[in-house]
Design a binder for this molecule. Sequence first.
Ligand SMILES: C[S@@+](CC[C@H](N)C(=O)[O-])C[C@H]1O[C@@H](n2cnc3c(N)ncnc32)[C@H](O)[C@@H]1O
Length: 215
Amino acid sequence: MIDITNPLIEEYIRAHSTIESDLLKKVNRETYAEVLMPRMLSGHYQGRVLSMLAHMIRPKRILEIGTFTGYSALCLSEGLPAGAELITIDINEELEDRVRAYFMESEKAKAITYLIGDAMKVTESLEGLFDLVFIDADKHNYLNYYHLVFDKVPAGGFIMVDNTLWNGKVAIPEVVAKDKDTRNLHSFNAFIAQDARIEKIILPVRDGITIIRKK
Ligand SMILES: C[S@@+](CC[C@H](N)C(=O)[O-])C[C@H]1O[C@@H](n2cnc3c(N)ncnc32)[C@H](O)[C@@H]1O
């Protein structure tokens, strides 16, 4: 495993970036205290990056695949202009009441639609275009999600994908050869790298966020 971030630098970044809202602090605190696998939550640093990117893109429609406890959805929704919407999908119905309650507390509550179900099926059923898609669900389906959403994103639209550096393991050939999850993510990265229909950049933020712009 390679450290793609330095804890000291990350702490410095957090201390010199916008602080989390009270709602985000609560989502973070309660997720770590009460929910299994809390590390799946984006957190302060990545959350501020997502919020800033959404503010820059000003998307009319955002699709998020992988809600978990709603942290990243809340961050992305901060950048929605008036009248815009965010749809977020998760298969885990056990978190539904908690997540709905968090969304209800948000200023953007009316703009957020939370759908429970398998993201492949739910995404297929969604009509219209999304100018920003955030993929952050089951890693072995990343390429399937990418192919599925591609035609739902207009030219000039963005697809962002989380965990594409997988703790740096994608850069170590012996780990790629041995570990299935690492191999899946490396294959995804390799496909994205050669896809001429897009521009792409991997940001070494937290576990790696790939930003894709459709030409
Ligand atoms: C890494 S977490 C998402 C974290 C969240 N985006 C955040 O940053 O706070 C991944 C989520 O994907 C969901 N998931 C896994 N497989 C799924 C599927 N087939 N369809 C929809 N959601 C799925 C899991 O239930 C989990 O909540």
